[in-house]
Design a protein around this ligand. Structure first.
Ligand SMILES: Cc1cc2nc3c(=O)[nH]c(=O)nc-3n(C[C@H](O)[C@H](O)[C@H](O)COP(=O)(O)OP(=O)(O)OC[C@H]3O[C@@H](n4cnc5c(N)ncnc54)[C@H](O)[C@@H]3O)c2cc1C
Length: 564
């Protein structure tokens, strides 16, 4: 039971609910992108994913990436699939034609990566950072660097990495110690140790382009002293650069993706962007990656749901209420509840993620400043919500899908336990979910007293006639935000205590909106719509209650919770 893309659903959401072609055609680069072209691209992508990538899911997990003598050998079939992938032009889908790309909208790339992650999360980690690396180099690289590397990265002929983490520097990148020493020819010698680098070494592509955060000699301490460097595995003259893979991690899942400890030993690198502004340059890469990690959560949930539904349609146990003979387990209310609940999260998440990808294109290409501003607001507020809430659901929902198999889910045979193991890391990397919650509440919502969030709700309310329950959730969050901003002015730690609840409440408010927008747009939506209303959205009130309780305590001067 390999994953198979459900193209009809994707098509309905993109064309029927979001009017993607009409929206995108207002942007000069996509004037020619119509529904037929989008459908054709997605059908071809679906065929490639289903035939070339999904069959490698099991071998990626069981054989895994292997390390020996500084080299990483990828699981059988991975290199051939990668070569076929880039040679068919898939990584270049949304890159500009002048860089060797196909110039198609970001939303097509988003759907492609969703399908790839559902089919084979481990394999997809390798090309997963390409687009971010491309955008980062395009916007911040010197002409010389772009001439040498931009097309290779755009086409995917060479893969890229993002080297941030060090043993002492995880969420807090201000603690990065890797150094960069300027050389007379304008290059730098980069030295230091990085850990947890996805795809830091492998045999998929002929070169690997590392994007490394490091400190110049005159760097101030903290995050404002970080600069970004490009250091390839092989230098332009063909020599091996001083980048050594010391080991790969043994881990819970994602065995098809080598998680590398890299040592930079006077490796030659070139500055990308301005000195000490490395985080700024890297954020381009990280923001693209965060949407994609949110999509990984949706993708893994879809893969788990497909397996669970297939199993529930065949397995018979006991009699369901009202039945006269042994029933399929899908007819037992408890199992139906699991399946329809996950379906609601998947389709609602897709609508939000696809819309976010469309907004990314609006931000880049729309001629009107006001429209670009609303797109910026959307991306800034919705991206952390998607990343955190849908990776959380990706893991917990996949675990619920495993439950559908009973004991058969806990053994390897059906492949569902692999999805649960693989999904866990999405809650941790690309900024852990706790960091996403802080980003949302403390950096994006509270500083303007909730004005941007309120403007987002206004925009959604003006676009459609929404059901009263959706509007009420918007209003409740709006007034809660005002109260929180006031309380935070005299109890600064309060928002940190409630950030996760606030993010989850925002996710549920947006999921309620997505559910209303999907309406009759999906043929199978009736049961998930009921699941959404009955079992998912009531959590909104609980999250609000948790926040309100702490607000009440603060307003009456009760002490903060003690340390564990
Ligand atoms: C499989 C895998 C692949 C990875 N790929 C890459 C990669 O390609 N490149 C790369 O650079 N890194 C990569 N990482 C590293 C990843 O980004 C980090 O693990 C992550 O940023 C968290 O850092 P940490 O593990 O040091 O945890 P810590 O930062 O030590 O955090 C530990 C816990 O404390 C919480 N925490 C920390 N600070 C705060 C705070 N201020 N408020 C609330 N909670 C907080 C965290 O959420 C977490 O729960 C990868 C990791 C894994 C496991």
């Amino acid at each position: 039971m390999d994953y198979q893309p459900r193209l009809e659903d994707i098509h309905q959401l993109l064309m029927g609910v979001l009017d993607a072609p009409e929206q995108l055609q207002t942007l000069p680069p996509y004037a020619e992108v119509d529904a037929a072209l989008m459908q054709q691209v997605l059908e071809e992508a679906g065929k490639f994913v289903g035939s070339a990538i999904a069959p490698l899911q099991r071998v990626g997990d069981e054989t895994g990436a292997r390390f020996g003598a500084g080299q990483v050998t990828m699981p059988p079939g991975f290199r051939a699939a990668y070569q076929a992938f880039w040679q068919a032009g898939w990584p270049a889908l949304a890159c500009a034609p002048e860089d060797g790309g196909q110039g198609l909208p970001a939303v097509l790339e988003a759907v492609l990566y969703e399908m790839l992650s559902a089919a084979n999360h481990g394999w997809t980690m390798a090309p997963g950072l390409l687009h971010g690396a491309y955008e980062c180099l395009k916007h911040h690289g010197s002409e010389e660097l772009k001439t040498r590397y931009l097309e290779k990265i755009a086409t995917g002929e060479w893969l890229a990495t993002m080297c941030l983490t060090e043993p002492q520097a995880g969420s807090d990148l201000g603690l990065v110690r890797t150094k960069a020493a300027p050389q007379a020819d304008g290059s730098h010698l980069v030295s230091g140790g990085k850990i947890f680098i996805s795809g830091g070494e492998h045999d998929l592509s002929d070169n690997i382009v590392h994007f490394v955060l490091a400190r110049l000699p005159d760097a101030p301490p903290g995050p404002k002293g970080l600069s970004l460097f490009l250091a390839p595995k092989f230098l332009p003259d063909g020599r091996r650069n001083g980048v050594v893979c010391e080991r790969i991690e043994e881990k819970m899942g994602l065995h098809g993706s080598p998680t590398c400890a890299l040592r930079f030993d006077d490796a030659t690198g070139w500055l990308v962007g301005e000195p000490h502004r490395g985080l700024n340059a890297m954020f381009v890469m990280m923001n693209a990656a965060r949407l994609h990690v949110g999509l990984q959560g949706i993708a893994l949930l879809e893969a788990a749901w497909q397996k669970a539904r297939g199993y529930a349609q065949e397995r018979r146990q006991m009699r369901a209420p009202g039945a006269t003979q042994t029933s399929l387990i899908q007819d037992h209310p408890a199992i139906l509840r699991i399946l329809t609940t996950q379906r609601a999260w998947i389709d609602g998440g897709r609508l939000l993620a696809y819309r976010t990808a469309i907004e990314l294109d609006m931000l880049k290409h729309h001629p009107g400043a006001a429209r670009r501003e609303s797109a910026q607001r959307w991306c800034s507020l919705v991206t952390p919500v998607l990343k955190a809430a849908w990776t959380n659901q990706g893991f917990h929902g996949a675990s619920a899908c495993l439950q559908v198999f009973g004991g058969h889910g806990y053994v390897r045979e059906w492949g569902i336990e692999q999805i649960v193991r693989d999904a866990r890391v999405t809650m941790i990397y690309e900024g852990s979910n706790e960091i996403q919650a802080i980003d949302l509440l403390l950096r994006k919502v509270l500083p303007d007293g909730g004005a941007a969030l309120g403007a987002l709700f206004d925009q959604l309310s003006a676009e459609d006639t929404l059901p009263p329950a959706v509007l009420q959730r918007f209003e409740q969050l709006r007034s809660l935000t005002v109260r929180l901003a006031r309380a935070a002015s005299y109890r600064a730690d309060l928002p940190y205590w409630v950030a996760d609840d606030f993010l989850q409440a925002t996710a549920l408010a947006l999921l309620g909106w997505a559910g209303a927008r999907i309406g009759a747009g999906l043929p199978h939506w009736l049961a998930p719509a009921r699941a959404l209303r009955t079992w998912v959205l009531p959590e909104f009130a609980l999250r609000l209650q948790i926040i309100e309780q702490q607000l009440n305590d603060t307003e009456t001067g009760a002490p903060a919770p003690a340390a564990a």
